[in-house]
Write a protein that binds this ligand. Structure first.
Ligand code: NAG
Ligand code: NAG
Ligand code: NAG
Ligand code: NAG
Ligand code: NAG
Ligand code: NAG
Length: 861
């Protein structure tokens, strides 16, 4: 069956190939078959989800009002060894592009192949760095040959599948290089020559659609320069080029030790509305779905495994509400105004006090924007005789210059609070086996495979592991002054990633720096004996640098100096070991032996099940588990562990580091206010909590029978609390303005109860709503109960017709509502004195007894 379905799809594409689509541009917009377009695009990186997730992510993007999906191409993932390629699994980017095409969306293909993207080494393969005579991202033949070779390979693969619009496909734009304008001044004249070469090389690929360069103000003709940033309303394109925004940061990425970022829906919508008000016609969300940095793909230093980005779709692909829905409504309005936005004459009005109006006028219609850039004062504006109230830091859109159909600060979409819950009522304890990482060879014998005089940059080792041992033998004469002195200390200046020190087999201590960027040294008392001594240092990188001028040269590992220090009277005696002969060994023994593979039969006997150790460094743990039932996304809770990497059925789910607590001081003290310019320091939260406790286990990594979880624990931790949960909607709230329709949805499960409902001037926010000083005469709660309980979605007209008059006078009223999307824990209900019969009611039966349960819940919660 699957086969015949496949052939059917193939034949469909035979028909689709029919005609080329002409993509061009003028000073107003990208044109498709001669028609100027308003285009909303969203970034989804194929390598940050699984092939099984792609169709649903893209479908949700389409439903969110997105016209195009934008992705980078990840060179180091595809060409891990020179001329050895991988396009399998979630690296099958052609399949990803076809999934977008099948959904009827356009694609923006950002080849780079330098991509930044908080991706390991910005997407460059490490072997590139180690090629003789190479200099990256500048006018260097060795580099340019490699860049051209890879770019050509990708373009040819796409051409073979006829995916460029010029061939009848859906790719409308392609990008070469990335944000080079931010760094070009550091590269001097060769940088200018290089970017010119990039343009010529790209053009010579003859793809038949325009090339773009982002953040490159002197992009060579005919390449379009585009803007990246939190806001791009002040961006001016080159003459005769459309105003395009390739990266509107929907949130921000997260670093180990850093807080949770949040960019509010109100501010993001404000930035988009301002961009279109000021003449923009193409806009891309970076990210629309951020996803997960599986394996060792996270960039650095210190980018977390989650790449959620606070995007409209969360890490697991769930709708991040209200952001998703609030933007969807904005996209619908902007699409409605496509004609006026791309053809209308533009008139700007300055009302003073940072209030600006813009009218787009064609022969037949006009559309208006009213923006209030004032960060505190709401404003009243007169337009053609009518008055409009524009809240501070917001934009109102009037598609006919008469009716306000959208205001960026008035969120009429539900807010969703997700919960992680166990399969069934209780979490069960997993049974663990363990084995030590074998390190005697390195800490006692100093065995390695590379010898060098001096300390080396870790990029010189191969890139299959974070780990590199640095070992040196030290022969000390009995009379050596360093032994004669007092307080003998080993001092190792590292680059800020993680370092563990051993001398003669004994563990001395570890050191790592906040965000992996400062240069604190490991300083520890040490005992050495006359004769032979062995110093073994283990360096663990946490993602190579991915951004900045010459970022590729940023060194990692132990660069020194490595010194022994002792004191004799007032004299300091220093023995510098940096230039010694050092022996190197890359990787973990258990990794080479594939301990992480569920079917590594050969070594099965060596896993011990008795006296499972806790807080033991350099330890492997293994357990089997059943996948949680259902289709909700699965996460594993790794609280209790230190730092390491985790594998499910042999698939790496990424680095873990739950013991890294987000810096207390990194959170903003003020209550999050959407008003005023956003930066990644604003509205942060979760300080004092583990930076990342939950790790995504994609459903496609799991099977119906036994599944294996393997952990490599580097720091020492306790696996006994590890458990699997699913992520689903717990609570949905609305806070919608009169005149709108509020849609409430539990996304696939019934609304089980209405916890709060009030029409009038309610106060507070989701989870903490309160009645205001006035309200409607009817009982909003019972109206909501009647219409919503037991249903998966319900739609409420927020109006006086529905809720009756109120004692609020003429002010604009709102409906605040909070509904519960799951059955409360039975144990909880029993504790509250619920009758026994409720214990036997399964989840699914809830809709039948919903009202009864609802009543109980509203009484007891
Ligand atoms: C890339 O380089 C290899 C040799 O290393 C060569 O065989 C291949 O043709 C090159 N590809 C392109 C598109 O230039
Ligand atoms: C913002 O509005 C207040 C009044 O609401 C006004 O006093 C202030 O000058 C305005 N600020 C700017 C920058 O226009
Ligand atoms: C738009 O501006 C052009 C040039 O100033 C003018 O010829 C045209 O009549 C204007 N169209 C409208 C609808 O105002
Ligand atoms: C430690 O190393 C860093 C480079 O990683 C260097 O900038 C710094 O000067 C070194 N410190 C000492 C004391 O040599
Ligand atoms: C050695 O360490 C001890 C204890 O910290 C301290 O009292 C003493 O002054 C140190 N000696 C020298 C020479 O620094
Ligand atoms: C164009 C722009 O806004 N660039 C900014 C991108 O973000 C970094 C980090 O926040 C800033 O340093 C750049 O100025």
């Amino acid at each position: 069956m699957a086969f015949s379905k496949f052939t059917l799809v193939l034949c469909f594409s035979c028909f689709l190939i029919a005609s080329a689509i002409e993509v061009s541009y003028d000073e107003r917009a990208i044109t498709i078959d001669g028609k100027r377009r308003v285009l909303i695009s969203g970034s989804i990186h194929y390598a940050r989800s699984t092939a099984e997730m792609w169709p649903s992510l893209i479908k949700k993007a389409k439903e969110g009002g997105v016209d195009a999906i934008e992705t980078y191409v990840f060179w180091n993932a595809h060409e891990p060894q020179r001329r050895q390629y991988d396009f399998s699994g979630n690296l099958d980017f052609i399949k990803f592009l076809k999934t977008i095409q099948n959904e009827g969306l356009y694609t923006v293909l950002r080849i780079g192949p330098y991509v930044c993207a908080e991706w390991n080494y910005g997407g460059f393969p490490l072997w590139l760095h180690n090629m003789p005579g190479i200099e990256l991202r500048t006018n260097n033949d060795v580099f340019m040959n490699e860049m051209q070779n890879f770019t050509t390979l990708i373009v040819d693969m796409v051409k073979n599948e006829k995916l460029f619009a010029s061939q009848g496909g859906n790719i409308i734009l392609a990008q070469i290089e990335n944000e080079y304008g931010n760094v070009i001044s550091s590269y001097g004249a060769p940088g200018k020559a290089y970017i010119q070469w990039c343009a010529n090389m790209a053009e010579s690929q003859n793809i038949g659609v325009p090339w773009i360069m982002c953040q490159e103000s002197d992009a060579p003709e005919p390449i379009i320069n585009t803007c990246n940033g939190w806001y791009c309303d002040n961006f001016t394109p080159k003459p005769n080029k459309p105003k395009m925004w390739t990266e509107n940061w929907t949130g921000w990425f997260k670093s180990w030790g850093g807080p949770d970022p949040l960019r509010t829906a109100e501010d993001l919508a404000f930035s988009v509305a301002r961009f279109f008000q000021t003449g923009g016609t193409f806009q891309n969300y970076y990210m629309y779905h951020g996803g997960t940095n599986f394996g060792r793909t996270a960039g650095g230093p210190y980018i977390t495994t989650t790449y959620d980005y606070n995007a409209p779709l969360d890490e697991y692909g769930n709708l991040n509400q209200p952001k998703y829905g609030h933007l969807k409504q904005l996209h619908d309005v902007l699409h409605l105004m496509e004609k006026t936005l791309t053809h209308g004459n533009i008139t700007n009005m300055d009302y003073g006090n940072s209030i600006y109006g813009t009218t787009y006028t064609t022969e037949t219609e006009s559309s208006c924007f009213l923006a209030n850039l004032n960060t505190s004062g709401d404003a009243t504006v007169r337009l053609e005789g009518l008055e409009y109230t524009i809240p501070a830091w917001s934009v109102s859109i009037l598609p006919d210059c008469y009716t306000e159909v959208y205001n960026t600060a008035k969120v009429n979409t539900q807010t969703t609070i997700m919960v992680n819950k166990a399969d069934g009522d209780e979490t069960y304890a997993l049974e663990w086996t363990w084995r030590p990482e074998i390190i005697d060879n390195t800490i006692l014998k100093g065995d390695g495979n590379i010898h060098a005089n001096g300390l080396i940059d870790q990029k010189k080792a191969n890139d299959v592991s974070d780990y590199l041992w640095y070992m040196t033998n030290l022969h000390l004469d009995e009379k050596d002054p360093i032994l004669a002195g007092e307080n003998l200390t080993l001092r190792v200046n590292a680059t800020g990633h993680v370092l563990h020190g051993y001398v003669n087999g004994e563990y001395l201590g570890s050191q790592w720096a906040k965000y992996g960027v400062s240069h604190d040294a490991l300083e520890t008392p040490v005992k050495l004996s006359p004769g032979h001594n062995l110093i073994s240092l283990l360096s663990a990188t946490v993602g190579f640098a991915n951004y900045g001028p010459w970022f590729d040269l940023v060194e990692a590992g132990i660069l020194g100096p490595v010194e022994l220090i002792s004191y004799s009277g007032d004299e300091v005696i220093i023995k510098d070991l940096s230039a010694h002969n050092w022996i190197y060994k890359a990787g973990l023994h258990g990794f080479e032996k594939m301990y992480f593979h569920s079917d590594s039969q050969g070594s099965v006997s060596k896993w011990a099940s008795d006296s499972v150790p806790v807080n033991r460094m350099m330890t492997w743990y293994k357990t089997t588990f059943k996948a949680p039932a259902g289709t909700d996304p699965v996460v594993v809770d790794l609280l209790g562990l230190g730092k390491g990497e985790a594998w499910v059925n042999g698939n790496s789910i990424g680095r873990y580091w739950p013991s890294y607590i987000a810096d207390q001081s990194a959170c903003s003290k003020e209550v999050c206010d959407y008003r005023g310019a956003y930066s990644d320091k604003k509205c942060t939260s979760k300080c004092g909590e583990p930076t990342q406790r939950w790790y995504h286990v994609p459903r496609s990594f799991l099977n119906d029978g036994d599944n294996t979880l393997v952990l490599f624990e580097e720091f020492g931790g306790n696996p006994l609390a590890v458990n699997f949960k699913t992520v689903s909607v717990g609570t949905a709230c609305g806070n919608a303005y009169e005149g709108n329709t509020l849609e409430l949805s539990c996304q696939g499960r019934p609304i089980s109860a209405v916890k709060f409902a009030n029409f009038g001037e309610p106060a507070g926010s989701c989870g903490a709503f309160q009645k205001g000083t006035c309200e409607s005469k009817t009982d909003a709660l019972s109206i909501l109960q009647n219409e919503c309980v037991g249903k998966e979605t319900c739609s409420i007209d927020v109006s006086e017709e529905k809720f009756g008059g109120s004692d609020c006078g003429n002010s604009i009223k709102r409906l605040a509502v909070e509904v519960i999307c799951r059955v409360p824990k039975l144990s909880h209900l029993i504790a509250l004195g619920m009758p026994f019969w409720t214990c036997v009611i399964p989840d699914d039966a809830v809709s039948f007894i919903g009202k009864k349960l609802e009543y109980l819940v509203s009484r007891y919660f």
